[in-house]
Design a protein around this ligand. Structure first.
Ligand code: NAD
Length: 490
């Protein structure tokens, strides 16, 4: 079995103990590779290397840093198909979606590279004569990045590319279910000319490697995407030393379907949002709030359409839904199905692990007669389970949509402009789609959420650079005499 090492200071090195962990294909349970398990000392070494590389990298002109990203994007394009296939094998998402994941990495890499010739500051008049005022963006320093498994190349790229172009150096820890795509990404950046020490890769568990990153005081920012529980812990730890944290956490994303909606369009959107990536997207549609007048017809159409989905190995043609990523996800989804039944919701479709297949497959599952306060309508399941909730009208639907602790994505299907704008104004979420599903963010728009979905930062889009830069205000006084601001001129 192929063995993959840590990447520290520009070299592939064994972990301190030489211990490894296995990564398996969730569709076949065949091993993918052996990965070196970093120790706390390895993490320290990686952080020190990133610290040593910072001065030179942050002094490299941003357009030059960007040239490495342009080259990276071109290599990613060349390797797109191969990377997508590796991803399907490592994580299970169907090939078409894996291609989309790689494409997102390509898109953000080009987008971030463009920032090399922007990284704009502002100029503004001074209140005093012969004085010039401006702001400049500075890198933050050495950044710790911790990523989940559901977008194995897109999410690391969303963080790495803007951080690099802004002049930061990095220690990355990917999820243990998907280290391979991070290994490939590091190889590509190195091939594109990234200097040693600028990006370091450590692999292993959250409890050892992740927490060693979080607790390392040299890391000025921890950029984290993952669960609410882990995010809360990271926030608590980093805040002890006043270090910055950027958190992109969970979701419980609603789709509202009004009585004036195009029903078939809405059904398509729900099927895609709920069962795409086997429901394992932070933006997955897990609650569908349907106007009572159209609920019976909507339910019938949704069940009919969902029954047609084909489960299987994501590399096979015609497969719509791949496996869950691992056994604990499978158990978690099964547990929530039991909870839903106990709470009194009606299991209208699915609800079982798929036995004849060797991997972690779970049937697309629909609950109806779900009350907004039930746990299946409140907690993130992160699997192919969707809850149908009845509503009497738009205000009630928005109240239900907002009745959860998360606020990432949201959607409304309606042909009425007033309904659409009311939803844009009133739904508490970082993203609202009109007549489109809750998934499918584009890299040039800000991505993130409100309430417990995060701590207010946004990734990608015009805000991509904000997460990874500090703003410095500069006052340039060329009067040659002492001038006092905030004091009335005599
Ligand atoms: P997770 O929090 O268990 O793990 C995420 C990462 O954190 C992994 O690399 C893991 O090893 C690491 N980790 C775990 N415990 C840690 C600790 N104590 N200290 C430091 N690192 C630790 O989450 P997951 O199950 O891998 O991912 C699914 C979650 O991610 C879902 O809640 C999903 O909504 C969320 N997610 C959010 C976004 C977003 O942008 N908002 C995107 C994708 C996924």
């Amino acid at each position: 079995m192929q063995e993959y090492k840590l990447f520290i200071n520009g070299e592939w090195v064994s972990s301190g103990t030489g211990e490894t962990f296995n990564d398996v294909n969730p569709a076949t349970l065949e091993p993918i590779g052996k990965f070196h398990k970093a120790t706390e000392d390895d993490v320290k070494h990686a952080v020190d290397s990133a610290e040593d590389a910072f001065d030179s990298w942050s002094s490299t002109p941003a357009p030059k840093r960007a040239m490495i990203l342009y080259k990276t994007a071109r290599i990613l394009e060349e390797q797109k198909e191969q990377l997508a296939r590796l991803m399907t094998q490592e994580m299970g998402k169907v090939l078409k979606e894996a291609r989309g994941d790689v494409q997102e990495a390509i898109d953000i890499t080009y987008y971030a590279a463009g920032e090399g010739r922007r990284l704009f500051g502002e100029t503004t008049p001074s209140e005093l004569p012969d004085k010039f005022c401006m702001t400049v963006r500075r890198p933050i320093g050495v950044i710790g990045m911790i990523t989940p498994w559901n977008f194995p190349i897109a999410i690391p790229s969303w963080k790495i590319m803007p951080a690099l172009v802004a002049g930061n150096t990095i220690v990355l820890k990917p999820a243990s279910d998907t280290p391979l795509l991070s290994v490939e990404l590091v190889k590509i950046l190195t091939q594109a000319g990234l200097p040693a020490g600028v990006l370091n890769l450590v692999m292993g568990s959250g409890s050892t490697v992740g927490s060693a990153i979080v607790c390392n005081k040299k890391l000025r920012l921890i950029s984290f995407t993952g669960s609410l529980e882990t995010g809360k812990w990271i926030l608590g730890e980093a805040s002890k030393d006043m270090r910055r944290v950027s958190l992109e956490l969970g979701g419980k994303n609603p789709i509202i379907v009004m009585d004036d909606a195009k029903l078939d369009l809405a059904v398509d959107g729900v099927v895609w949002g709920a069962f795409g990536t086997t429901g394992q997207r932070c933006t997955a549609a897990s609650r569908v709030i349907v106007h009572e007048k159209i609920l019976p017809e909507f339910k019938r159409k949704l069940i009919e359409r969902t029954k047609k989905l084909r489960l299987g190995n994501g590399l096979d043609d015609g497969v719509d839904v791949g496996p869950l990523v691992n056994e604990s996800q499978l158990k978690k989804v099964a547990k929530y199905v039991d909870i839903g039944k106990e709470e009194g919701a009606t299991l209208a479709l699915g609800g079982n692990a798929v036995k004849p297949l060797p991997g972690y497959f779970f049937e697309p599952t629909i609950f109806t007669e779900v009350a907004p306060g039930m746990r299946i309508a409140q907690e993130e399941i992160f699997g192919p389970v969707v809850s149908l909730i009845s509503t009497s009208g738009l205000d009630d639907a928005i109240r239900i949509a907002n009745s959860v602790e998360y606020g990432l994505s949201s959607s409304i299907y309606t042909e009425n402009m007033k309904n659409a704008f009311r939803a844009i104004e009133k739904i508490e979420a970082g993203i609202t789609y009109i007549n489109a599903s809750t998934i499918g963010a584009e890299v040039h728009l800000p991505f993130g959420g409100v309430k417990s979905t995060g701590n207010g930062t946004r990734e990608a889009g015009t805000t991509a650079i904000e997460e990874f830069t500090e703003i410095k205000a500069v006052y340039f006084d060329y009067s040659g005499k002492l001038q006092k601001a905030q004091i009335d001129v005599e």
